[in-house]
Write a protein that binds this ligand. Structure first.
Ligand SMILES: Cc1cc2nc3c(=O)[nH]c(=O)nc-3n(C[C@H](O)[C@H](O)[C@H](O)COP(=O)(O)OP(=O)(O)OC[C@H]3O[C@@H](n4cnc5c(N)ncnc54)[C@H](O)[C@@H]3O)c2cc1C
Length: 356
């Protein structure tokens, strides 16, 4: 385990803004995790776990602590290939991934085995270990419905824990890992239970339209999802963004009535179960005057030409310019609709009051 100093973080994030990490370490084995955390504690430094940096806005000051970069790989579907968990019941439909594994490789592995459950999550950038953190979701699927357990180093108790899905507090784009237990757990492995021979999920309208006769193969659904995402520049490397910059607001009945009173004509919505009515943030943003391809007059920031929900670093942007545009969007949506948009990316290294 080698601790580096003054490491640039911008190039380790998909948005490509922000300063340096004071200290930085690559974690390649589980044994590195408690050792790195103990080093930070001994030096009285805060710790941040970095995956693929695809849901991250780093401040221009950088981070004055130790960044743990997750690099523990491996995709396992049987005990033969599993080094640290001989007692586990891995078998048909059960897949486990090291936290440092590319998430899309995990999806591809499930689809290649003919196991349904995560095919619609194809093409989401980042690493497997981050997927439980914000309960990633897309095209009608959420990773929470496939996760069985999360293995992590619990910094509060200084011990390894295996959290069953029910103990992870999964909700829309949230879990205990980004809510009440933020920064408490360093996730090293995630287990999934998929459905061998199961049907692909094509409930989402854009997918249903592509398969009007129903029952497509998992591989065809994966390709369709990748194709749809490519058309919206929502694959890694297409534009410098953190994907959706705002969460889709979930409105109570009262908030919905308030919105309906301000809008003439139909309002797009998604079902959000008992949680309420989910309204596409991209629609609110466009209606509030920020269209796809919007370019700020200064600062090198704008909106993706393909998706109004993605703030993009067009040209050597700084984090302050990203925050400035995000705040202007929030104000415009609030003024027009009375709805406060919540940012989705994690914000690192900002002083109080500087964040979105
Ligand atoms: C083009 C684009 C499209 C996207 N599309 C989607 C989408 O469709 N749906 C969706 O849900 N998200 C989407 N995202 C957001 C992002 O890809 C996901 O949130 C992803 O899971 C983040 O993974 P990461 O490894 O890059 O995490 P990072 O950005 O590195 O970290 C995100 C958070 O997770 C924490 N974290 C990361 N790894 C660990 C770990 N091992 N243990 C503990 N904490 C950890 C970090 O500390 C941080 O708080 C998109 C992003 C981009 C750039």
């Amino acid at each position: 385990m080698q601790i580096q100093e003054h490491v640039e973080l911008a190039e380790r994030t998909t948005l490509g803004v922000g300063g340096r990490a004071r200290y930085f370490v690559e974690l390649k084995a589980e044994a590195d995790v408690p050792a790195a955390v103990a080093w930070a504690e001994a030096h009285d430094l805060p710790v941040f776990v970095l995956g693929g940096g695809s849901n991250l806005l780093v401040s221009d000051h950088g981070f004055a602590g130790l960044v743990l970069h997750m690099a523990i790989g491996g995709i396992y579907d049987s005990c033969d290939s599993c080094e640290s968990c001989e007692s586990r019941e891995l078998g048909e439909g059960v897949l486990e991934a090291g936290a440092g594994e590319l998430w899309d490789d995990v999806v591809a592995a499930g689809v290649a085995r003919g196991w349904a459950g995560i095919e619609c999550l194809s093409g989401i950038p980042g690493l497997a270990g981050a997927t439980p953190v914000q309960n990633v979701g897309a095209y009608g699927q959420e990773v929470a419905s496939a996760i069985t357990r999360v293995r992590a180093w619990d910094r509060a108790q200084s011990e390894w824990v295996e959290l069953e899905a029910g103990a992870c507090g999964f909700q829309y784009r949230s879990s205990r890992f980004n809510q009440m237990d933020r920064e408490r757990f360093v996730i090293t492995r995630v287990g999934f239970k998929l459905r061998p021979g199961g049907a692909a999920e094509i409930g989402y309208p854009e997918l249903r339209r592509r398969f009007p006769d129903g029952a497509p193969a998992l591989g065809a659904v994966r390709e369709a999802v990748l194709d749809i995402r490519r058309g919206k520049a929502m694959l890694a490397g297409q534009v410098r963004s953190a994907g959706s910059f705002f969460k889709n607001p979930v409105l109570s009945a009262g908030e919905w009535a308030n919105l309906a009173a301000r809008v003439e004509g139909p309002i797009p919505q998604f079902a959000a179960g008992r949680a309420g009515i989910k309204v596409p943030a991209a629609w609110l943003i466009e209606q509030a005057g920020f269209s796809k391809g919007y370019r700020a007059l200064a600062g090198g920031v704008g909106l993706s030409p393909q998706h109004a929900l993605a703030i993009v670093n067009r040209d050597h942007a700084r984090a302050t310019a990203v925050v400035g545009l995000a705040r202007r969007i929030q104000l415009a949506v609030d003024a027009r609709f009375g709805i406060r948009l919540e940012p989705e990316p994690v914000q690192l290294g900002f002083h109080p009051g500087e964040e979105v």
